[in-house]
Design a protein around this ligand. Structure first.
Ligand SMILES: [Zn+2]
Length: 364
């Protein structure tokens, strides 16, 4: 019985309880046997492949397996001749406000049209720029231990990405329009460029899963700062120091080995009530963000606007209510906007621009 009782916590999924455990909010004893089994498996698997393991949870958690509709739910069989949904169907349901609690998940692919450099790829200007700092490997820039050893490469990146250097594009304004129409439940973004806020999407509608430059914290005394207070130092190439304790002030970007922002866990209340998931511009490779797409209820339509099939869309278990619009992300969003008949509204919104001062907006 305990097994079934804890099953619910386990399968939301393993990482939830694991995070609580890491924070000291849960004890090892509280972790169910199944979850410990998951952790054991997951700890042996390279980061990028963990998404594929998401399904393996069902092997260990019968409660979740049944909840997802058993074999039928997993493989989509036994549903008779349910018609495969199309982009037109999704557009119609948005236009007629049948979808009004939309969750958007986005990654770097929505920011590249704004000119944000891909700092993870060798050959891109910024990556090459960072090589002058002799980083042992590109990811070291986001490792907290490396930061304490040498914060210079991170602040060079911060100078490049600091809000104000780049402008949001059509994809950001489309999400802003969803919000203006009262149909956005939440946007989950992996991006740290702040373009969502600049497009005028209020911070409370955003889960910035990898953090933000809009706020900062002293690494020693933990005092909070606004991103704007650091701007001059960062633009001048000076490491920002805390006036109180002289510690280094670090923008609230989530580093490897750091806690996820508390807000990330709003997915626990958002996902059960969402009626549409839009995934765009992401490879869905970085956990725990990647597993979120699979955490959406089976009855909920999922729309992927992306260069490639990714995550649950690529696992061969596509549902009748999964729609993939592949290719250039901006073109995909444009197509949806035209089907919605929102083209003029979106253009008007883009001409006015977002709230350019919203980076100062600390509203929670
Ligand atoms: Zn301090």
């Amino acid at each position: 019985m305990l097994y079934l009782k804890t099953g619910l916590n386990v399968c939301r999924c393993c990482f939830t309880e694991k995070s609580l455990w890491r924070r000291g909010l849960s004890t090892t004893e509280n972790l169910s046997r199944t979850n410990l089994a998951h952790q054991k498996i997951l700890s042996h698997i390279p980061h990028a492949q963990k998404g594929a393991v998401f399904l393996s949870q069902f092997l260990y958690c019968p409660a979740a397996f049944i909840r997802r509709g058993g074999v039928r739910g997993l493989f989509g069989g036994g549903r008779g001749n349910i018609r495969q949904q199309t982009l037109e169907d999704i557009a119609e349901n948005i236009r007629e406000r049948k979808f009004k609690r939309i969750v958007v998940m986005a990654g770097a692919g929505i920011s590249t049209p704004s000119g944000i450099p891909d700092f993870r790829s060798p050959g891109s200007g910024l990556y090459d720029n960072l090589q002058q700092y002799n980083l042992p490997y590109a990811e070291a820039i986001f490792e907290i231990n490396y930061f304490h050893h040498n914060p210079n490469p991170f602040f060079a990146l911060a100078k490049e990405l600091y809000p104000g250097n780049y402008q949001p594009n059509l994809t950001h304004y489309f999400i802003r329009l969803l919000h203006d129409k009262g149909q956005l439940l939440r946007m989950y973004t992996q991006n740290i460029d702040g373009l969502e806020r600049m497009a005028g999407i209020p911070p409370k509608m955003l889960v910035e899963a990898h953090g933000t430059f809009a706020t900062a914290t002293c690494t020693v005394c933990r005092r909070d700062y606004k991103g704007e207070e650091l701007r001059n130092d960062i633009m001048e190439g000076t490491i920002p120091k805390c006036p109180t304790c002289k510690g280094i002030i670090k923008p609230d970007i989530v580093f490897f080995g750091e806690e996820l922002p508390q807000q990330f866990f709003t997915y626990l209340t958002d996902f059960p009530i969402a009626d549409l998931l839009i995934v765009m511009g992401t490879s869905l490779e970085v956990e725990p963000f990647a597993s979120l797409a699979g955490a959406m209820r089976g009855s909920v339509s999922r729309l992927l606007i992306n260069r490639d099939l990714v995550g649950p869309f690529a696992w061969g278990s596509q549902r009748h209510n999964d729609v993939a619009e592949l290719g250039d992300v901006v073109s995909g969003v444009k197509k949806l906007v035209e089907l919605l008949g929102w083209k003029q509204e979106l253009e008007a919104l883009m001409n006015v621009g977002g709230d350019k001062t919203s980076v100062n907006n600390q509203e929670e």
